[in-house]
Design a protein around this ligand. Structure first.
Ligand code: SF4
Ligand code: SF4
Length: 329
């Protein structure tokens, strides 16, 4: 965590409990979009259909988690608040492309003053909406508006709450002191009010997925949270990411070797809009995971951003291809 983030109130004090154990990444890897360090042809992913359009609402967050991939904190506005007017242009373009779902991610989306307006526009426009939130105070300020959206749009609105672990100790090791109780209370409020909800969690290095699902199930039962922890769409357990640690590069041969298809990878079906500080208008990047790398900035419009994506980043390998993860529901 950088110095500014570490100074944030309640920021975690020690190393992340989810730290990736691996050698440092050699510098010649992920340096050429066409070829790997061994000179093999790098894999790329064509956009098949823009099923999910992510709107990054801005990097400001009420937390400063130890391994936040987007480096959010109460002071980091590297991605500024996306405006409702800018979002509306992308919603209109996505409508013409047959997009099903609008995802909202941050930072903490409910810190953006236009968040409820953008959500209203997305749901009113006939899209499904998925909001990634920590369910803490910024979300709780909008209870009345959220209840209204739920009444009008039902399960087309899903809120996915980050609960990094089923234990308070590990969750707070990553997210900072006093981050557990408010998240549980927010999740319980959503559940009691019948919202479509999901949880995003993580696995400790030695923790197997079945055991983790059992422990989350026990927690949900104890807290009265109506989530089936065995349903991978309702409890999403993410693989870890660390762009500074060594990982294999993905070549065109890997699809056959791994028994995977480019269609399985999330940049085959999604893009993300970001508004970087100092830029007049938003840009479209390949995915939710790589907002700052010029190589993944694909253009200003969704049409411009519809080309193939070379898998030229450690996250492509560790999270998507080898980890098998997708940010969408
Ligand atoms: S709550 Fe999410 S966006 Fe905010 S610092 Fe933690 S991981 Fe990052
Ligand atoms: S991180 Fe994943 S979704 Fe993003 S560009 Fe790489 S393979 Fe695609």
């Amino acid at each position: 965590m950088n110095a500014t983030r570490a100074k944030s109130r309640n920021a975690p004090v020690g190393p992340s409990p989810f730290a990736v154990e691996a050698a440092p990444l050699p510098r010649d890897k992920f340096s050429d979009p066409l070829l790997t360090a061994k000179g093999e042809q790098r894999a790329s992913v064509p956009l098949e259909k823009l099923d999910t359009l992510w709107l990054n609402t801005g990097t400001l967050c009420n937390l400063a988690c130890a391994t936040c991939y987007i480096e959010s904190s109460p002071t980091n506005d590297a991605l500024v608040y996306l405006s409702r007017a800018h979002a509306a242009g992308y919603l209109a373009e996505a409508k013409g492309m047959g997009t099903r779902e609008i995802g909202f991610t941050g930072g903490e989306p409910f810190m953006n003053p236009d968040m409820l307006g953008m959500l209203e526009d997305a749901l009113g426009g006939g899209f499904e909406a998925l909001v990634l939130t920590n369910a803490m105070k910024p979300m709780r300020r909008h209870e009345a508006a959220l209840l209204g959206l739920h009444e009008r749009h039902g399960d087309r609105l899903t809120l996915r709450v980050s609960l990094d672990h089923h234990s308070r100790e590990v969750h707070e090791g990553e997210r900072g002191q006093r981050s557990w109780e408010p998240a549980i209370e927010g999740l319980r409020w959503l559940s009691e009010n019948g919202f479509s909800i999901a949880v995003a969690g993580r696995l400790l290095p030695e923790e197997g997925e079945p055991a983790a699902r059992d422990s989350y199930a026990a927690l949900f039962e104890c807290e009265g949270i109506a989530i089936d922890a065995r349903d991978p769409a309702r409890l999403v357990l993410f693989p870890e990411m660390d762009e500074e640690k060594d990982i294999a590069e993905i070549t065109t041969e890997c699809w056959g070797i791994l028994g995977k298809s480019p269609s399985d990878i999330m940049c085959a079906s999604s893009r993300m809009v970001v508004h970087r500080k100092g830029e007049a208008s938003p840009r479209v990047v390949a995915c939710t995971l790589i907002p700052y790398d010029d190589g993944f900035d694909l253009g200003e419009t969704l049409a411009e951003a519809s080309g193939d994506v070379p898998l030229n980043h450690p996250h492509c390998a560790r999270f998507c291809v080898l980890g098998g993860a997708s940010c969408s529901a």
